[in-house]
Write a protein that binds this ligand. Structure first.
Ligand SMILES: Cc1cc2nc3c(=O)[nH]c(=O)nc-3n(C[C@H](O)[C@H](O)[C@H](O)COP(=O)(O)OP(=O)(O)OC[C@H]3O[C@@H](n4cnc5c(N)ncnc54)[C@H](O)[C@@H]3O)c2cc1C
Length: 371
């Protein structure tokens, strides 16, 4: 019998399985489709920094812990699997393009939460990135912003899990649970049941039905994000360039990601002409020479969002052996190492590096849902 069954093979489930198996736990991971092919594959790979000494919110604390873990995890995975996940510090420029109030708020937030933020003059901004449109006059720089290549990181985690003895089972949608004496006794798939001592729900945007089925409550909503990928012969810029929720991410091989939309359209994963056109307009407004870059393709993914956009992380109250880690919305890749560390500490009953009450699934219990 496994010690833990992890349900869902995105970056959150894989990272937790990897972390638990690293402590000697026998782990089985059940994935409904292909491992690592949903939101975690679709993301842009941006890894904002964080500082545990300065973090003022639970999200920032988790983000800060994750920031500290990324480099070591990358090295460890590379040494054990030979897969380079593309992690590097490329820095980020948050530029003012439209909403000055939002930009000022972002600047204040990063100064408070991180500290090392450089506010740039127009000249400095264009010295850093000469290809920026002359219309862009203001920006600040976060030199510690990182990025990774999602498919490569997922590939590394998958191999790392297998090396640590995790049973990775794809094509097995979990459809429900059997309970006995206030605990889960079995997970049910279409044609098989699986038993473990403990169970962890990590199935992202699809989590609501399992949370409901288990009696845990809580709701997770899919929020579509579309991305366009271009190829430039020579990269016209080197920093990630952000304007609020939209961004350009340059990869060393000349690929450029333009992201992203935020759409509440249920489980529809297709790209739309409006979405693609909006992203292309955004990109060429910021970097005009991208109008001659080659269009490679577009894709989309479903971000898991809870009502207050904070993840659910922790034990499910009243069900002795059931846990949840999902709802990481726009920052699940960045927060995956910290989440995995926290879940390992929770599941293996070790001391916790932070207070997890703000992530409790029961925080909405007395509120009327607006989802
Ligand atoms: C366009 C876009 C850009 C993004 N950019 C960034 C970024 O730059 N930085 C960042 O940190 N985050 C980013 N994100 C967010 C990040 O990708 C998500 O927060 C993260 O991938 C969530 O991981 P997950 O493992 O919870 O979900 P998923 O990757 O969706 O994994 C859930 C898995 O559970 C499986 N599953 C579902 N139901 C069942 C079931 N019943 N039984 C078994 N398995 C099941 C699914 O098939 C899936 O593989 C982005 C997301 C999108 C869509």
């Amino acid at each position: 019998m496994s010690d833990v069954i992890v349900i869902g093979g995105g970056v959150i489930g894989l990272s937790i399985a990897y972390e638990l198996a690293g402590e000697g736990a026998a782990v089985t991971l059940l994935e409904k489709g292909e491992i690592g092919k949903e939101a975690s594959w679709a993301g842009a790979g941006m890894l904002p920094p964080g500082n545990p000494q300065k973090a003022t919110t639970p999200m920032m604390r988790l983000q800060a812990e994750s920031h500290l873990l990324w480099e070591g995890l990358t090295k460890e995975l590379f040494e054990s699997t030979g897969v380079d996940n593309g992690y590097r510090l490329s820095g980020c420029l948050e530029v003012l393009h439209g909403n000055e109030r939002y930009w000022n708020k972002q600047l204040a937030m990063w100064q408070r939460e991180w500290g090392l933020v450089e506010e740039l003059t127009t000249e400095e901004l264009h010295d850093f990135e000469p290809a920026l449109s002359p219309k862009i006059k203001k920006g600040f720089r976060l030199s510690a912003q990182g990025q990774a290549r999602n498919p490569r990181h997922l590939h590394a985690l998958r191999i790392g899990c297998a090396q640590r003895g995790v049973r990775l089972i794809s094509g097995k949608p979990v459809i429900g649970f059997k309970t006995e004496g206030g605990a889960i006794s079995t997970v049910i798939t279409e044609n098989q049941t699986f038993t473990a001592k403990k169970y962890c729900i990590c199935n992202g945007a699809w989590a609501t039905s399992l949370l409901t089925n288990s009696g845990a409550g809580g709701k997770v909503k899919p929020i579509r994000g579309q991305i366009v990928q271009l190829q430039a012969e020579q990269l016209p810029f080197t920093h990630i360039i952000e304007v609020g929720a939209r961004y350009l991410v340059p990869r060393p091989d000349g690929r450029i990601l333009i992201g992203s939309t935020e759409e509440d359209v249920g489980f529809q994963k297709q790209n739309t002409s409006e979405g693609i056109a909006g992203l292309l307009d955004f990109a060429t407004e910021l970097i005009p020479q991208l109008s001659t870059a080659q269009f490679i393709r577009a894709w989309s993914g479903l971000r898991p969002r809870t009502e207050d956009a904070l993840p659910y992380i922790g034990a499910i109250p009243h069900i002795k052996n059931l846990y949840v880690a999902t709802g990481h919305f726009r920052n699940g890749l960045q927060m995956s190492p910290g989440t995995a560390k926290l879940m390992r500490q929770i599941i293996l009953e070790q001391s916790l590096f932070m207070d997890i009450a703000p992530f409790s699934i029961s925080r909405h219990q007395n509120k009327v849902s607006t989802l």
